[in-house]
Ligand binder design. Structure first.
Ligand code: ZN
Length: 190
């Protein structure tokens, strides 16, 4: 069975025996805790981060990418956050980095070498070379990245000043959270 067949087989079972807890009418697209969480796509966070934060289905917008990075004032993550605030009732944003993040060991040089080895055209790589360096070679410490990303969101002119932006670090083995940036004090909210 390939991956897609495996997923489809699991889905048939799932749909047939759908637990009643998933059928609740109360769950819709508006996050009922008015939260947007921006975190890393690391596999260890799947089904681990949400329970560690006490968050259930329907409670928060979950936005993810590699290393919870933001590369510009109106790039994909910022768009999702802006939409969350203005269209989906989000009034608080939490950036969550994690220890042992793979992004800290990824470089544009290493990625370029792997792309070339897989037959990607050098011209295509050349076109994104500069963005790739800006994206990968500036990420050294997950904690510093959280601080920088919080700052980028907080100072983005398209994000209202009264939206607190917190920065947390998560441990992918113990599940422990540490507060890096308390968004209430930065936004002057008690
Ligand atoms: Zn990560």
């Amino acid at each position: 069975m390939n991956s897609l067949e495996q997923i489809l087989a699991a889905n048939r079972q799932f749909v047939e025996h759908l637990p009643s807890s998933y059928e609740s009418e109360e769950n819709d697209k508006m996050p009922n805790r008015h939260l947007a969480i921006f975190t890393c796509m690391d596999t260890r966070l799947v089904e681990f981060l949400e329970p560690a934060l006490g968050l259930g289905r329907g409670e928060a917008k979950m936005i993810k990418n590699a290393g919870n990075t933001i590369t510009g004032p109106f790039e994909a993550i910022m768009r999702s956050l802006i939409l969350s605030v203005f269209e989906l009732g989000v009034n608080e944003i939490i950036v969550i980095g994690h220890h042992d993040c793979g992004m800290a060991n990824t470089t544009s040089q290493g990625l370029t070498a792997k792309m070339l080895a897989r037959g990607i055209s050098p011209d295509a790589i050349k076109m994104v070379e500069h963005s790739m360096e800006k994206w990968l070679d500036t990420f050294h410490h997950p904690e510093d990245n959280v601080k920088e990303v919080v700052e980028k969101i907080r100072t983005n002119p398209l994000i209202p000043k009264d939206v607190p932006v917190h920065g947390l670090m998560f441990h992918p083995r113990t599940g422990k959270i540490e507060v890096i940036v308390d968004g209430y004090s930065a936004a002057n909210i008690k």
